[in-house]
Design a protein around this ligand. Structure first.
Ligand SMILES: [Zn+2]
Length: 461
């Protein structure tokens, strides 16, 4: 179906709740804004996305290693990175209706894109430049107050028992890549990495977003999948182009329709950036950033070198050369990928006068690969079907479902994207075979239990 069709987003949100993918946080207490919980199927889907990312980014590459740095870091890290002073949402107030708006979102509405890492000065300049084209989204007036900034870092009292911790807060990390920069030297020394090489990590980050919106697209707590690739300054753009290509291919490989993916070039760069592109996905609410790929120069390592007093240069002993590596960053979000995957897979089909909702998920990402469904609740079927479940679940994530009619169970598995349903019926006791139903074609195969493992190995491995 058309992804921008009205109501698609509502249908996805409703399916996510109904089928255990995503729940609003603290719902029994009326919810908690801009935070979501992943339910039993959501955690499987997000784990599968992270596994697919880790496999391509770390396991299949000899030049990239993994890391899991802590959420809490020295507050000095965030001073060096510029987040304490510069990491903020720029707000302006309409002088007529007094409603506050995020300046970068207003600019976006007239196709002027601000980099999220821009300073107050940089974004104010963009705002001034385009002021005559900007209207209050609420009332249409064109008079605004000066830009005020709200810092996005989330503060905590970790390790501070004095009561006045707001003076010297410890932050929850605003991005995962700072953990990579501060461990750059540890990784070079312990792993003998030679430039070019990369460090990858997935993990939670926190931002005090003022206007969180669009379901799990922009939330205050979120999970990133970031990789920093350290290169010789002369080679930066060559590797930048290579990573651009690989990252786009990743989304195609996890089953996203190429027509729903596009490149977006950043025109207004932060001062140190060499080039920045986003991979955008055509969400039901429009083209939005799925992943950022940035050539960041030597800014990050130089900042940490200056603020920590430690030497973070790379020594090339073969060429007898010393330099600060440039960084190519690939930065993706787990929830954004999940939302893109769900929107892309969501399908409604007419089947015998009925509407069938099916998630045509790539088998790599599907929460359950197989569902085992005994035709009746009688022990004579449930017991051997459960044996089959036990056997298959050693290798695949399998659901075992005995409630309601077989037709309803098929529909439920379609809705959560399970590629194969096995029906264990009364004939199975005699012929030692089961019916395997394909999610997309709804075709059914009779397969002997002895051949099942080979059958699925061909379909799923
Ligand atoms: Zn207004």
């Amino acid at each position: 179906m058309a992804k921008n069709e009205q109501g698609t987003m509502e249908k996805i949100v409703s399916l996510c709740k109904r089928r255990g993918f995503v729940f609003p946080s603290s719902e029994i207490y009326g919810g908690f804004a801009a935070v979501y919980d992943y339910g039993p199927l959501g955690v499987e889907l997000s784990n599968n996305i992270k596994k697919a990312w880790w496999k391509t980014m770390v396991h299949e590459r000899e030049d990239v290693v993994g890391l899991d740095s802590a959420i809490f870091m020295s507050p000095k890290v965030w001073e060096a990175s510029g987040h304490v002073n510069g990491f903020s949402d720029p707000l302006t107030e309409c002088k007529k209706c007094n409603v506050r708006h995020r300046v970068d979102h207003m600019l976006e509405s007239i196709d002027v894109f601000a980099d999220e890492k821009m300073s107050v000065e940089e974004i104010s300049a963009l705002f001034e430049e385009n002021k005559d084209k900007l209207k209050c989204p609420k009332c249409g007036a064109q008079e605004f107050t000066e830009i005020r900034n709200f810092n996005l870092l989330v503060q905590s009292n970790l390790g501070n028992f004095t009561g006045d911790w707001a003076e010297n807060p410890v932050y929850l990390r605003g991005e995962t890549c700072q953990g990579i920069y501060v461990n750059y030297k540890n990784v070079v020394d312990s792993m003998h990495m030679k430039v070019p090489f990369g460090i990858a990590q997935t993990g939670k980050a926190f931002r005090n977003e003022i206007t969180a919106r669009q379901f799990i697209f922009r939330t205050r707590e979120f999970e990133q999948m970031e990789m920093q690739y350290f290169v010789h300054p002369d080679d930066a753009m060559k590797f930048y182009d290579e990573w651009k290509e690989r990252r786009m291919q990743f989304y195609v490989d996890i089953g996203i329709n190429e027509e729903n993916l596009q490149w977006h070039k950043h025109e207004n760069l932060v001062f140190y950036a060499k080039e920045a592109y986003d991979i955008e996905y055509k969400y039901p609410f429009g083209w939005k950033e799925l992943e950022g790929i940035h050539a960041r120069g030597d800014y990050d390592l130089s900042q940490h070198c200056e603020h920590s007093g430690q030497k973070l240069e790379y020594v090339d002993q073969v060429k007898n050369e010393k330099y600060t590596p440039h960084v190519v960053e690939t930065s993706a979000g787990v929830a954004r990928t999940m939302l893109a995957v769900l929107a892309d897979a969501y399908t409604e089909e007419e089947v015998e006068g009925d509407t069938r909702v099916v998630l045509k998920l790539n088998t790599k990402l599907a929460p359950f690969k197989i569902a085992v469904l005994p035709l009746s609740k009688k022990d004579e079927l449930v017991t051997p079907a459960r044996e089959l479940f036990k056997k298959l679940s050693k290798k695949y994530i399998v659901d075992f479902d005995i409630t309601q009619s077989i037709g309803k169970r098929y529909r439920r598995q379609d809705e959560v994207g399970t590629p194969y349903c096995i029906t264990f019926d009364f004939d199975s006791l005699e012929d030692k075979a089961v019916t395997v139903r394909d999610r997309d074609t709804m075709k059914q195969d009779r397969v002997t239990i002895a051949e099942l493992e080979a059958y699925f190995a061909e379909k799923l491995d």
